[in-house]
Write a protein that binds this ligand. Sequence first.
Ligand SMILES: Cc1cc2nc3c(=O)[nH]c(=O)nc-3n(C[C@H](O)[C@H](O)[C@H](O)COP(=O)(O)OP(=O)(O)OC[C@H]3O[C@@H](n4cnc5c(N)ncnc54)[C@H](O)[C@@H]3O)c2cc1C
Length: 425
Amino acid sequence: MSATSRRAVDVLVIGAGPSGSISAAIMQQHGLKVEIVEKTLFPRFVIGESLLPRCMEALDEAGMLEAVKAAGFQQKNGAKFVSGDKLCDFNFDQQFTKGWSWTWQVKRADFDKILADVCVSKGIPLHYETEVINVEMAEDGSSITTVREKDGTCSEIEAKFIVDGSGYGRVLPTLFNLNKPSTQYTRTALFSHIKDPNRAEATEPDRIIIIVHNPTTWIWVIPFSDGTTSVGYVGSQEFFDGFSGTTTEKLFAMLQAEPSLAKRFRNPELVWPEPKQLKGWSSGTTSFFGKGFVLTGNVTEFLDPVFSSGVTLAAVSAQLAAHLVVRQLRGEQVNWQEEYSDELQTGVDVFRTFVDTWYDGTLFKIIFSEGQHDDMLNQICSVLAGYVWDKSNPFVKNSDKTVRTLARFLDHRQKENDEAIKAEA
Ligand SMILES: Cc1cc2nc3c(=O)[nH]c(=O)nc-3n(C[C@H](O)[C@H](O)[C@H](O)COP(=O)(O)OP(=O)(O)OC[C@H]3O[C@@H](n4cnc5c(N)ncnc54)[C@H](O)[C@@H]3O)c2cc1C
């Protein structure tokens, strides 16, 4: 279909998720003419409900914090990890890195709409139900993007630069052949929002809980301020195949199979007609930037949801990218490899260590072991708060080595204790 009109902007932002909205707002604050195109109509569902404190800095800079505060989302002050009768509770106000000590648990449909509305209130044109279908890049990095509206009308947008925040849409990696298979194992999630009238029976009922259901399956429990709670199981396909019936019947059976949830969700009532299922969300990209464009948020690399890193990495990458685009369009030299890719990758790699050592069991040994030093727990807490660029934290600077060495030390200490007990007996 041929385009019926053409308009020109400084920067075209693809997608109005957190990475798109935050980058657009910051660039516009610095005087750039920005436009956002979003494929769906907001509010729309997307998963990713537990935020990390580090994303507050990005929301603040983008001028969005007050609008989000006004929405009355559930405050999140830490995270509790549970494995059988073992418990590890992190409070962000005890973290090693100086920074935000709280954030929110949000329904993303509402949260993302608030961020998008802030962009509109700042005067940024945001076109819903407008999908990017093609991008022609010129030698100098300028581009002509073809977008298609809901009624099929196509138009063209000339831009000096493109920020791709299209999340699971992966627009530019797909058009420019930048997709790279993830090294993460393919996992499945089954989840729903559930009415939670028995919440008060739980200790600290509003706290996010991450439950180790079995060594390869974990559960998120994310309470919202409206009395509903998001509950999701993440594991191998074989785990889910072990339950029969509809997805609703499966989820109900799974809730009854988890001792720490069976009572709280004894007569579960789903908010949705049926639970949602996702599979194989991990993705990689051969490059986070190219001449005339940068990728932000999930389009760069998404590993795994276990440490709630997605929205925070989306927010931080958006913040970082926005400043570099502003500098570049002012005519300054930008080293995208060092100042963007390498910088972002530092944080992604810290989460990669935590994800890998969570699934291979190493991290369990650390967080569920008794007699841990507070200093170390506080350093781990900073990673869980999203402060994964603070190189004074050993769990950031040498994350893989630090985690594995500590786990070996704890193993050794446990063996010594066991032997001492045996000898005494
Ligand atoms: C099971 C699971 C649980 C998760 N839990 C958490 C969690 O607790 N906390 C957390 O922080 N993260 C979590 N995540 C990750 C989270 O979903 C993402 O990291 C986050 O949504 C990324 O934000 P974004 O702005 O990059 O993209 P998105 O939020 O996906 O936004 C991208 C937008 O781009 C639009 N778009 C796509 N294609 C086009 C196109 N062609 N043209 C125009 N627009 C387009 C989409 O419609 C969408 O609105 C989870 C992920 C999974 C799979």
